[in-house]
Design a protein around this ligand. Structure first.
Ligand code: SF4
Length: 514
């Protein structure tokens, strides 16, 4: 059974979920059912709840705050929520996706297996190993799985703490289990594309094509870049064009996805190809693009193909701040992107920024407000919106050691005060939820009982805070969420190898912060 921690509409719009499902469904030795929070395929045997032959329960997690939903889905399927309480006849519960690849530890006690890295490699290796040892007792199956590169079996590792509660190490509990597990990287010439096109998706009837994986820009906070390195681009002729053609036989809506799609070296050629008359009537949308790659031609082709706006991430209106985060983007390039978007016939520009970045001062946030106001003046008629989130540290990035800054809350309000009266659409993310996100992205296994206790109240901030207050042997909230950690500190994900070693991340952090 493959679950998604949200509704069908949201889940089926996740390319990652679709691809894992298709990979499982293509195997003759796997009979896969889908499960969403609002619906699911009928279980084996047709009855309600868990069918008699459920061997595997998988979940893809791309948003920290969805973690508690895993427990609800397990309970609904009558699977014990704690891995330690599962027996030989219970399914193996596995998870993957960016959240679990970055730091699975807070959810580790609920999972039997975590797949670290790209599904293209991991899923076949995991399923083959599972089939090979299918009849073995559960513990033995888990031991065998732990030998597969990128397959992390949390129950075979235990954290060790010092008397002050600091994590000293997370180590294998038995001989023969690898001391560290390395994330696996797919280096094939193709990336993923939709396998399901449905009018019920959040983007109805869209065919999604992954144009790039990772991003070479290395903005110091960016999980989408650091966790998935190296930057990969399928070729146009053997990768992207066939993937696009395949979907356009079934729909006229195309979504080009990736952390920064315009950085594909042949993106211009792809657009020129899509500009052909035979694609008249096809609607093309792109995810966020790098501001410095916006050209009048790009805007024009997107406008002709039904896009109304472009999305660019500026992070901050302050040049100094952009240098700190390694965003190689000048103010002039931001103005040019807005100008070209308008000249090309687009009607809107969505900008993304952050508050509470390391070293940020109020003047930097003022600079963001000033930039937006100046852009509005410079490009009248172009609808501007600014989405702002609070900086949240993510594992395997250079800013993993930096805490959430409480000043961010006030600064989000400051942006609201400055921009809303001037007619700029401001979309701030909740500061409070960013704090919970940081708690989930930075904690170790001690958080698992808190997640279990917050269940039912996990949609309220108070519910989380109360569960943490009532928890036992937990590190101080302040230190986990807001603390700036020394690079020498042992991290909860230290035994899980990301693309870059800790020493390189520390170097990038000191390059950023001096
Ligand atoms: S340009 Fe965007 S995707 Fe690339 S590293 Fe920076 S924030 Fe991440």
């Amino acid at each position: 059974m493959l679950a998604f921690p949200s509704t069908y509409t949201v889940g089926i719009t996740s390319l990652g979920y679709q691809v894992v499902w298709a990979t499982l469904a293509q195997r003759s030795d796997v009979d896969v059912r889908r499960l969403f929070t609002d619906q699911g395929d009928p279980p084996h045997g047709g009855g309600r709840g868990r069918g008699p032959n459920l061997d595997l329960f998988g979940l893809s997690l791309s948003w920290e705050l969805d973690g508690p939903v895993l427990l609800d889905l397990l309970e609904q399927q009558r699977i014990p929520i704690w891995g330690s309480e599962r027996g030989d006849n219970d399914p193996i519960v596995f998870g993957g996706g960016p959240v679990l690849t970055a730091n699975p530890e807070p959810l580790a006690p609920f999972l039997d297996v975590v797949l670290l890295g790209d599904g293209e490699l991991l899923l076949p290796a995991f399923l083959d190993a599972l089939q090979e040892h299918r009849t073995a007792p559960r513990q033995e199956r888990l031991r065998r799985l732990a030998q597969v590169p990128g397959v992390y079996v949390p129950s075979l590792y235990a954290p060790r703490y010092g008397s002050d509660g600091q994590l000293l190490a997370t180590e294998p509990t038995e001989a023969g289990i690898p001391a560290t597990v390395a994330k696996q990287t797919w280096r094939g010439n193709t990336l993923s594309h939709s396998t399901v096109i449905t009018p019920e998706a959040a983007w109805p009837s869209i065919h999604m094509v992954e144009v790039v994986r990772s991003c070479p820009e290395l903005c110091r906070f960016c999980l989408a870049s650091y966790l998935t390195l190296p930057f990969r681009t399928p070729s146009l002729d053997d990768g992207l064009i066939p993937a696009v053609e395949k979907g356009l036989t079934a729909t006229q809506r195309l979504g080009l996805l990736g952390a920064s799609v315009t950085q594909h070296p042949q993106f211009g050629d792809l657009l020129t190809w899509l500009n052909n008359d035979r694609f008249d009537g096809t609607r093309v949308s792109v995810s966020s693009v790098r501001a410095s790659t916006v050209t009048p031609e790009l805007a024009q082709i997107l406008a002709k193909r039904g896009s109304k706006s472009l999305t660019i991430a500026i992070e901050s209106g302050s040049e100094r701040m952009r240098q700190v985060v390694n965003k190689k983007l000048s103010t002039e390039e931001i103005y040019a992107a807005a100008r070209y978007a308008k000249e090309g016939g687009l009607t809107g520009l969505k900008l993304y920024g952050m508050a509470g970045l390391p070293t940020e001062e109020e003047a930097d946030v003022e600079a963001t407000a000033e930039l937006l106001l100046a852009l509005k003046k410079a490009t009248p008629g172009l609808r501007l919106s600014l989405g702002v989130s609070t900086f949240v540290p993510k594992a395997h990035t250079p800013f993993q050691w930096q805490g959430v800054r409480p000043e961010a809350e006030k600064r989000l309000k400051l942006l609201g005060k400055r921009l809303k009266p001037k007619g700029i659409d401001l979309r701030p993310e909740s500061y409070g939820w960013s704090v919970i996100q940081a708690l989930l992205s930075r904690s170790d296994r001690r958080l698992a009982p808190v997640i279990a206790a917050a269940r039912g109240n996990h949609e309220s901030l108070g519910g989380w805070k109360k569960a943490y207050r009532e928890g036992v042997d937990l590190p101080a909230w302040e230190e986990v969420v807001h603390g700036s950690w020394e690079p020498s500190r042992v991290l909860p994900w230290e035994h899980l190898e990301g693309p870059l070693p800790k020493s390189t991340l520390a170097k990038h952090q000191s390059e950023a912060l001096g």
